[in-house]
Design a protein around this ligand. Structure first.
Ligand code: AMP
Length: 301
């Protein structure tokens, strides 16, 4: 496995691999890798001859300086994991090279980014679409892999690729959760043990939404109110949003439908967490996460 920082070096490798007629899969990340990232790497491995893992903590997608400075980083551990997972190349460019002095061109999607997180994180998605465009231009992969954990991000990227006729297939994969249901996220490292316990209520609230819908409740307000109740009970009061949305347009739905997704963003201490779940997600949780049964019972109570 190679680790490459210079853009020129990365482009040369891509050109070399292309002369051999090999297909390339790109997994863009900000590092501090976990099993969610691993699921993307594994799929990329299955579908491409070579896998390139991007590791770049993108400063322009952070709306708070403190969040950027405290973002978890552990490149040595990431390298070990990437190597174990069969990554061929880590591309870890420097901030100075990605955003040289005088950098002034940005990519912006103007519709989907208005909703959900858009309102609460000004400039965030512009930062994401700009850096993803740069990575796609540098690497020209056949496929790029993203997680549904970042629901809005994956939709925005798919829209950008469509709108700008980019030659890449965007593959979006399901959220990987811890045994107790908490969606894996690099930011979970910031949570104290008590906060982590509190954060489980996010999962409980999503499960409850699904439960309510399954029992015939279609009034989104009612569903969201119950979710708020669960979050409040756990001590979460700073809630950026909870929303029942159309799975494609991300538009808010007053009337929940089987294909709707419930999404939320809230703060646990100083850590902002996001999560989402399809209201009719069919996977049996007991099958997927055996340790969950007691939690589920609690959510049902
Ligand atoms: P990040 O390093 O947090 O920017 O994430 C890099 C990619 O991994 C993004 O496409 C995320 O959506 C995806 N990802 C993050 N967490 C998870 C998860 N728990 N399950 C699946 N994919 C994830």
């Amino acid at each position: 496995m190679k680790t490459i920082a210079p853009i020129k070096g990365m482009k040369e490798w891509v050109a070399f691999l292309r002369t051999k007629g090999l297909t390339l899969g790109l997994v863009p990340t900000m590092g501090a890798l976990h099993q969610g990232h691993v699921s993307l790497i594994r799929r990329a491995r299955e579908e491409n001859d070579k896998v390139i893992l991007g590791i770049f903590v993108n400063p322009i997608q952070f709306d708070k300086e403190k969040d950027l400075l405290s973002y978890p980083r552990d490149i040595e551990k990431d390298k070990e994991l990437a190597s174990r997972e069969g990554v061929d190349i880590i591309f870890a460019p420097s901030v100075e090279e990605i955003y040289p002095k005088g950098f002034s061109t940005f990519v912006e999607e103007e519709d989907l980014t208005e909703r959900l997180c858009g309102e609460h994180r000004p400039g965030h998605f512009r930062g994401v679409t700009t850096v993803v465009t740069k990575l796609l231009n540098i690497i020209s992969p056949d496929r790029a892999y993203f997680g549904l954990k970042d629901l809005q991000q994956s939709h925005v990227i798919k829209k950008m690729v469509r709108d700008l006729n980019m030659n890449v297939e965007v593959v979006v994969l399901p959220t990987v959760r811890d045994k107790d249901g908490l969606a894996l996220s690099s930011r979970n490292q910031h949570l104290s043990r008590t906060e982590r316990q509190t954060a489980l209520s996010i999962y409980k609230a999503l499960i409850r939404a699904r439960e309510l819908f399954a029992s015939g409740e279609t009034n989104s307000c009612e569903i969201l109110q119950e979710m708020h109740g669960i979050l409040h009970k756990a001590g979460i009061f700073q809630i950026d949003y909870t929303s029942v949305v159309d799975p494609e347009t991300l538009e808010e739905l007053e009337e929940a439908r089987p294909d709707a997704v419930v999404a939320l963003a809230c703060w646990v201490g100083n850590t902002r967490l996001i999560d989402n779940m399809g209201l009719s997600e069919t996977t049996s949780l007991k099958e997927r996460l055996p340790a969950l049964s007691s939690l589920e019972r609690e959510a049902h109570a």
